[in-house]
Design a protein around this ligand. Structure first.
Ligand code: AMP
Length: 170
């Protein structure tokens, strides 16, 4: 979807020096393109073969929720620490620009057997690897990752043994 390129602005040295931050917010300010993007993501075989969506805090929620609504699929979330109540599974990981921790509610993951991971952007793949590892440690299956943007030079997809679909790459 090359039309996304005009809507994704690059901020140099944000949030740290050396990072070219891809701002996807322009997409949700263009409803026609946003609709087209969600339709395309929803048609992915990875999405169709999954029982539920797992979307990643926070920009993943924007795209994951829209796909969930469009496909009538259930969605669970992977959130930053201290946000989810009840029993949680938690794991640390390295980000392109720092460290982070993600958590999933045990009772949410228990309900479904297979998941498609949804996020806004794939960089090093550390975030998705963290989510995949938590899901698998609960004996559940990852059918693949669907993301809006992929940064090819970081080769994040090489970390995974499941399919990856991105809508635009840099
Ligand atoms: P990674 O774990 O390195 O694949 O990083 C992916 C996560 O960090 C995604 O949730 C993105 O929202 C965010 N992220 C990493 N690098 C960038 C970037 N250059 N521009 C925008 N978001 C990024």
């Amino acid at each position: 979807m090359e039309e996304l390129r005009d809507l994704i602005f690059t901020y140099k040295d944000f949030p740290k020096k050396g990072i070219d931050f891809k701002d996807v917010m322009g997409i949700i300010q263009s409803p026609e393109i946003f609709r087209k993007l969600i339709s395309k993501m929803s048609l992915s075989e990875i999405v169709k073969s999954s029982e539920a969506i797992i979307s990643i805090d926070a920009r993943g929620f924007i795209f994951g929720s829209a796909i969930a609504l469009n496909t009538s699929m259930p969605m669970i979330v992977a959130r930053k620490p201290g946000k989810l109540p009840g029993k949680i599974i938690e794991q640390k990981y390295n980000l392109e620009y720092g460290k982070n921790t993600l958590s999933i509610q045990e009772k949410a993951i228990e309900k479904f057997n297979s998941f498609v991971i949804v996020d806004d952007l794939l960089a090093t793949g550390g975030t998705v690897e963290c989510v995949a590892s938590m899901v698998r440690s609960n004996c559940k299956e990852i059918k693949g990752l669907i993301t809006v943007v992929e940064l090819n030079s970081l080769e994040g997809r090489k970390k995974f043994n499941f399919p990856v679909e991105s809508m635009i790459s840099y």
